[in-house]
Design a protein around this ligand. Structure first.
Ligand code: GTR
Length: 327
């Protein structure tokens, strides 16, 4: 009798916990800084869709776009601490937390975007991912963010001397501040959302970004000289809180990773298209674009930035050399 009852009881608990399990299936929240129609926004929505599909609804992701949940450095902290599960982050503001990831923020370290992806897909990418995971952020897939170039409202930039005395907005990362200082300018670290007003009111003279962000933020309306310095080629990630990721079953981990990789494929295609349309849009809007005939002086001015990085992280010299030696 006792046994019979207890079996029924256990059965009831099992049924209840299955129902409970289904109801408590993970509802994740994701951060993205970009607005509607931006490649990353579309690709993160696709990630959410694929996640639900591939996990049979066990995991759902609600995306919060447009930076509504806070600035990028705050959101990175939130994902590290578990207040948010997912973020589409640029590796720039992750660098100060994970030195391995900061290697991508050394100016001119990548020859071009394909070179960056070759590095990310090899040993370099593994080292960067491990460094991030050790700080609580697991990168699931890499997004393209093109190359960043300088823009301002006063004049084309052709040589470091043209940057001298200019106040230039940078993302929060000492390497970027060092980069501007070495060119003779005054770095001004600032959140992305504040840059438009800062350019408009003259709080800063210039900034730097890729074509799609230059266009989507309207920065081109208030800073109409875009100089193709292409000094930074920074990847972005779909990043997940490490504890959340490590707590998943192998099957779900595979589904999450597959969803991220498919999302990244979409993002890279959309990125290529958007780079071209954004460039055309700003040029049609009257932006003056100049090619920099000799980037050599910009590159050689960066030697102290590399030295600073390597003297704080002597163990990362092989990673820098690995990237430089990658074809
Ligand atoms: C964009 C990038 C954002 C953010 C922004 C910035 O290109 O996609 O994540 O880093 O630049 O300059 O703050």
């Amino acid at each position: 009798m006792y046994q019979k009852l207890s079996k029924t009881f256990l059965g009831a608990i099992a049924a209840a916990s299955m129902i409970g399990g289904a109801a408590a299936a993970a509802d994740w929240r994701g951060w993205n800084i970009h607005t509607d129609g931006y490649p990353n926004t579309i690709a993160m929505d696709k990630f959410a869709e694929l996640l639900a599909e591939k996990t049979d609804g066990e995991i759902t992701l609600q995306m919060f776009h447009g930076g509504t949940l806070g600035s990028q450095p705050d959101a990175i902290e939130q994902v590290r601490l578990g207040g948010l599960e997912i973020g589409n982050f640029n590796l720039g503001p992750i660098g100060p937390i994970a030195p391995e990831a900061n290697v991508v923020s050394l100016p001119f370290i990548f020859k071009d975007v394909p070179h960056m992806f070759r590095v990310l897909e090899g040993e370099g990418g593994k080292a960067i991912a491990a460094g991030m995971a050790a700080k609580g952020l697991v990168p699931l897939a890499w997004y393209d963010a093109g190359a960043r170039s300088f823009y301002n409202g006063a004049k084309p930039i052709n040589a470091p001397a043209d940057v001298a005395g200019m106040k230039v907005r940078v993302m929060n990362n000492d390497l970027y501040s060092g980069m501007i200082s070495e060119l003779g300018g005054n770095p001004s670290p600032m959140a992305f959302a504040e840059v438009y007003q800062a350019l408009k009111t003259g709080v800063v003279d210039g900034a730097e970004n890729n074509w799609p962000s230059y266009e989507s933020t309207g920065h081109f309306e208030v800073a109409g000289y875009y100089s193709l310095s292409q000094h930074l080629i920074i990847p972005e990630c779909i990043c997940i809180n490490a504890d959340v990721y490590n707590g998943l079953s192998d099957e779900i981990k595979t589904a999450v990773t597959e969803a991220a990789l498919e999302s990244a494929e979409t993002q890279r295609q959309l990125w290529a298209e958007r780079e071209a349309t954004s460039r055309k849009m700003v040029e049609d809007g009257g932006v003056a674009v100049n090619v920099i005939a000799d980037k050599g002086p910009f590159q050689s001015a960066m030697a102290p930035v590399y030295e600073t990085y390597l003297s704080s992280n002597p163990d990362l010299r092989p990673l820098v050399e690995l990237i430089q030696a990658t074809d």
